[in-house]
Write a protein that binds this ligand. Structure first.
Ligand code: NAP
Ligand code: HSE
Length: 429
């Protein structure tokens, strides 16, 4: 029986430091729960001379081999981020029989298949709870607690940075650039925040969740992505006026014969929807299953200690397994190959904000363009002037994405339309 579990950390930034802190603070209980002692033997960093808090007494190295080839290390914890060299290090670690825990959605979303193949070939564990939803338990619940369900839909707020920004823009009227800087300073944003605001970070997490929920490998290329960069204060004001909040949602739906569709985009969400009141850096995942009905998982989606909570949970799980010698953990669950339903075939209600000439007959021309594409209108309002133009907001009934695209082409070609300022989906209009 193992007496001491030894960890090698790759990275000691926001998450790595959190792992050290959680382990130090809760060590006594963690040791009891595992049934063996546990220690961090080494940490890989880029710069061993950088001054660091919380790491007294831990050996730092800038040589990855000194962790990957150390026969004493049982679990390699990858919290360095980026695709490479993180992917190579994880593969090498498993090749030499080490178990791997990672918080890295970039690598899991793009190279999940390869990583799982390596884990299976070498009978090692690969765990990635922190890669989606920060501190929220969601991978383990999907793989274990909800495994008896057929999952039909997942809707999630999966990016803390953008949720924080949208919340502050809505509640306090903050401007986009200053609130993004604040999210970066709080350690929520990625090294390059373009992945947060552009929706890519949420798309990677959506690909991971959809792969587990639908037992089908979904990669980033299968996810259609739109971020929050085009959201303007006017959209936020109209959303509030009409009884909605704007949220960046990841949506994975089973469209039956058409296949599964996975996408990330901002949505007008009714204020009564449970996800509508998920604010600040909080994330939430709303799941529909044919046995459980609806379930929601809520918590901090980013930040040092919440993310470390999920990383440590994986470490404890693997350690218990090592101590009790109970064989390996659940590996890849993608035993199906469901087809991907193209976004053009998905159906939603839409909000369209237009700048038009302020003259008679304009509303009629707009209604005709929608009508020619067989789109039924729920409401059309004109509330204000923007310079010499009138601003029109139209909300449609449910329609196919390809029809809305056709209608937008017709509208764009109308001489009375100066600009299509914004097009957003509306959930449950
Ligand atoms: P971070 O603060 O930038 O820290 C990265 C750490 O890795 C640093 O210690 C850095 O060394 C080290 N590192 C990076 N590249 C390296 C290389 N090539 N060789 C050696 N060391 C290297 O990143 P983080 O925010 O902790 O994020 C880590 C991972 O967790 C990412 O995959 C991220 O997506 C994921 N994640 C983060 C959060 C969050 O809230 N931040 C939440 C969930 C998941 P130096 O210190 O010497 O620069
Ligand atoms: N940048 C990410 C976010 C960190 O804002 O949610 C967690 O993955």
């Amino acid at each position: 029986m193992k007496k001491i579990i030894k960890l090698g950390l790759l990275g000691s930034g926001t998450v790595g430091t959190g792992v050290v802190r959680v382990l130090n603070e809760n060590k006594e209980d963690i040791v009891q729960k595992i049934g063996a002692d546990i220690e961090i033997k080494k940490i890989l960093v880029r710069d061993v001379n950088k001054k660091r808090e919380y790491l007294e007494g831990i050996e730092l190295t800038d040589k990855p081999e000194s962790i990957l080839n150390d026969p004493d290390i049982d679990i390699v914890v990858e919290v360095m981020g980026g695709k490479q060299p993180a992917l190579d290090y994880m593969l090498k670690a498993m090749e030499s029989g080490k178990h791997v825990v990672t918080a890295n959605k970039d690598v899991v979303a793009a190279h999940g298949k390869e990583l799982f193949a390596m884990a299976e070939a070498h009978n090692t564990a690969l765990m990635f709870e922190a890669s989606v939803g920060g501190g929220i338990p969601i991978i383990t619940p999907l793989k274990h607690c909800l495994t008896a369900n057929k999952i039909t839909e997942i809707m999630g707020i999966l990016n803390g940075t953008t949720n924080y920004m949208l919340t502050k823009m809505t509640q306090d009227g903050c401007d986009y650039d200053s609130i993004l800087k604040e999210a970066q300073a709080k350690g929520y944003a990625e090294a390059n925040p373009a992945a947060d605001v552009g929706g890519l970070d949420a798309a990677r997490k959506a690909a991971i969740l959809a792969s587990i929920a639908f037992n089908t490998r979904v990669s980033l290329d299968d996810v259609s992505v739109e971020g929050i960069t085009n959201i303007e204060p006017a959209d936020i004001q109209y959303a509030t006026q009409l009884g909605y909040s704007i949220k960046l949602l990841a949506i994975a739906r089973d469209y039956g014969e058409k296949g599964i569709n996975v996408r990330v985009h901002p949505v007008f969400l009714p204020k009564e929807h449970p996800l509508s009141n998920v604010n600040d850096v909080f994330n939430a995942i709303f799941i529909k299953g044919n046995a459980i009905g609806e379930a929601m998982f809520y918590g901090r989606g980013a930040g040092s200690l919440p993310t470390a909570s999920a990383v440590m949970a994986d470490i404890v799980e693997i350690s218990r397994n090592l101590v009790n010698d109970t064989g390996n953990l659940v590996g890849c669950t993608c035993y199906k190959e469901l087809k991907i339903c193209p976004v053009e075939e998905t159906e939603d209600c839409y909000y369209v904000r237009l700048r038009v000439n302020d003259e008679s007959g304009v509303l009629g021309q707009i209604a005709t363009a929608f009508g020619q594409c067989n789109i039924s209108m729920k409401s059309v309002i004109q509330t204000r002037m923007v310079g010499n133009f009138a601003e029109i907001v139209a909300v449609t009934h449910i329609t196919e994405n390809k029809k809305i695209k056709a209608a937008l082409n017709l509208l764009q070609a109308l001489p009375v339309v100066d600009e299509i300022s914004s097009v957003l989906r509306v959930e449950n209009a």
